[in-house]
Design a protein around this ligand. Structure first.
Ligand code: SAH
Length: 633
């Protein structure tokens, strides 16, 4: 979740220092900052009159989250009378007066207070204090683990199962539907056992006695009280095919769906949406129902629907709309499968609005056909987002706050293993983190796009700047190749300090005059092009930074580059070889153009070649600011 997902967000401070601490949240998180009448002159703040207790009572229902800059004791007393249940209460976060700590106080999981505390801490440079047991164990909360995938939380003893996880007891997970990605991103030591129901298990499995159980399935299970706490998540995999008479009410359609779901032990929470024929796209009852239940409405043309083989085709329907099946064919089409979970059933409403299945009542008020199919992949109900992030050269403090916040906001983080390691402190339990080898950039881009198209917020990280020999170009190219409309999934780019700037900052000011960057990697660029650019840069007296100078297999490119530069520049031209800048194993060597091959150069090194006027001074490399007094050409 990102900061703006916490709106409406109220930030409350009672002192001038506190108000200043919370002020950045008005911009970054779209928060409304409230201060008492007695505080004046606080930019962008609203004032409240009377007691904070009364004011909070008015704000409570309308806000998704609260940030207080107040003593935790005071906040506890203020919110205590307003709290209802963790599934309903807003996120409550407290920032201490010095702005050093951000405490997740209440609704850490379902309200998202832990995530809010993390993001605010990044924003104001503080330490988040998270006391949730799952987080402490590096685990996603049981009651939020399906959130990235849009699953619905079903019935169960959520407190009981969470407590078993916190105690490190064995928790059996029976997952019958939905993404199993979350399973592969758990820490090594976790309490989950992914097995079958104990009753149908082999003798070895029977000896495993779980202390709690999580069902992940479209089935609506009755969970009788027992000593084993159980919960159920419902991935949204069910598509409900609907055919209906014009004017059929929302209530009739909803009642018919409920009836079919109940009779087939299916959870309504597992419904992704409604599928029907395109001429029903404006059917008021359907549209209203989808809006009120947050269901998708997918419509298909008759000539698409008629290509499906269904169990119950109807010549009457075919004569009316040009396809022998609406409900059954549309649900198969939406679920992208061949077989129905529930074949069509027809319901009517009598003159009192009562649901009748058979026979057709005399004065019927509408008719609806319902069929259900199950999709392989769940519908997340979310619009995906690609965050293309430059992580800077290495050290976290060289990464922008916006980029850090982007990584912390993502459901999934994808990148080359070395860069993921460098940003490790920004990651949190429950995030999907995919490392890959350095050469797999295109695969990485495709994977990120697939996850974003599915609805996840995906951060793709590149070292330095993501738009300089980084992943931004590859992702945008790939999106374009896939016919992207420029909007969905949304794309946001977070720049970073590129290796050239980072290296320059460690050796002085070599980039003070016109400069360029050339990558010596001929994996994606023909060598002739690179050579032409080297000659042009050398001739034009650009300070030149060479990226990707030498790998284990590409050893000659840097030799040729040196020869080219020696043709146009003095052999004594200053050169900086900077390796792993701002990382633990940083190495800096200042040398000259004629000697640059005497020193180690590899793929973690950047080579900065000065221009005609660049000079060494002590341990520094300086390029004068202007041409004044200097005959460059
Ligand atoms: N997007 C990156 C560049 C990726 S190309 C950026 O903007 O910095 C990879 C090349 O960048 C490496 O071969 C090396 O030449 C250079 N590079 C990246 N990080 C570096 C670092 N920390 N120190 C020195 N060179 C680095």
């Amino acid at each position: 979740m990102k900061l703006t997902d916490f709106q409406p967000l109220a930030a409350i401070a009672t002192t001038p220092t506190g108000a200043k601490k919370l002020q950045p949240l008005t911009q970054a998180a779209g928060a409304t900052l409230w201060v008492p009448e007695s505080l004046t002159g606080i930019d962008g703040a609203q004032t409240y009159t009377g007691s904070l207790k009364n004011h909070l009572k008015n704000l409570w229902q309308q806000h998704r989250s609260f940030v207080f800059c107040l003593a935790t004791g005071a906040v506890v007393r203020l919110i205590a009378p307003l709290l209802e249940h963790k599934s309903l209460d807003p996120a409550v976060v407290v920032v201490d007066e010095s702005g050093r700590y951000v405490i997740s106080l209440c609704s850490g999981h379902q309200g998202g207070a832990e995530q809010l505390a993390r993001l605010i801490a990044l924003q104001i440079g503080a330490t988040p204090i998270l006391t949730g047991a799952a987080t402490g164990l590096g685990l996603p909360g049981v009651d939020v683990l399906g959130v990235p995938f849009g699953w619905s939380r079903g019935d169960g003893d959520w407190t009981g199962v969470s407590a078993a996880v916190a105690r490190g007891e064995l928790v059996q997970v029976i997952q019958e539907a939905g993404s199993t990605l979350w399973q592969s991103h758990l820490p090594e030591k976790h309490p989950f056992y992914f097995g079958f129901p104990v009753s149908s298990a082999t003798s070895q499995e029977e000896s495993i006695s779980p202390k709690a159980r999580i069902w992940i399935s479209p089935t609506q299970r009755r969970l009788p009280e027992s000593d084993l706490p159980k919960v159920q998540w419902h991935p949204r995999v069910l598509w409900v095919g609907i055919g209906c008479e014009r004017g059929t009410s929302k209530e009739l359609i909803e009642a018919a769906i409920s009836r079919v779901a109940l009779a087939n032990h299916l959870a309504e929470g597992a419904i992704a949406g409604i599928a029907t024929i395109d001429i029903k796209a404006d059917e008021v009852g359907l549209v209203e129902l989808c809006r009120s239940r947050h269901w998708a409405l997918r419509t298909f043309r008759a000539n698409v629907l008629r290509t499906f083989t269904v169990p119950n085709p109807s010549p009457i329907v075919e004569a009316a709309v040009g396809t022998p099946s609406v409900a059954e064919a549309a649900t198969l089409c939406a679920a992208q499968c061949q077989t129905l979970l529930v074949p069509k059933q027809i319901f009517f409403s009598d003159s009192d609005g009562k649901l009748i299945q058979n026979p057709t009542p005399p004065n019927r008020q509408g008719a609806v056909t319902v069929a259900i199919a199950q999709a392989e992949q769940e519908y997340t109900g979310r619009i995906g987002c690609l965050l293309l992030v430059g992580t800077g050269p290495g050290k976290l403090d060289q990464m922008t706050t916006a980029a850090q916040t982007a990584v912390a906001s993502a459901d999934a983080v994808i990148g080359y293993s070395l860069y993921i390691d460098l940003i490790y402190p920004l990651l949190h339990p429950g995030q999907i983190v995919e490392h890959s080898a350095i050469t797999q950039e295109r695969l990485r881009a495709q994977r990120a796009i697939d996850l974003a198209r599915w609805g996840l917020t995906v951060a793709v990280v590149s070292s330095g700047d993501c738009g300089i020999y980084g992943m931004a170009g590859l992702v945008l190219e790939e999106l374009q190749a896939q016919g992207w409309d420029g909007k969905i999934p949304s794309v946001q780019i977070f720049p970073g300090i590129t290796a050239m700037q980072a290296a320059a900052s460690r050796v002085g000011a070599p980039l003070m005059h016109d400069f360029c960057a050339i990558s010596l990697s001929d994996l994606l660029t023909p060598w002739e092009v690179i050579e032409k650019r080297l000659i042009a840069a050398a001739q034009a007296d650009f300070v030149t930074s060479l990226y990707n100078p030498r790998s284990k297999t590409r050893t000659q490119q840097i030799v040729i580059a040196q020869q080219i530069f020696l043709k146009y520049r003095d052999p004594q031209t200053p050169v900086a070889l900077v390796r792993s800048v701002y990382r633990e194993d940083e190495q800096i060597n200042l040398t000259t153009l004629d000697k640059l091959l005497d020193l180690p150069i590899d793929m973690l090194t950047i080579v900065v070649i000065g221009n005609q006027s660049t000079r060494h001074f002590a341990d520094w490399m300086i390029t004068p600011r202007g041409y004044l007094g200097f005959d460059a050409y």
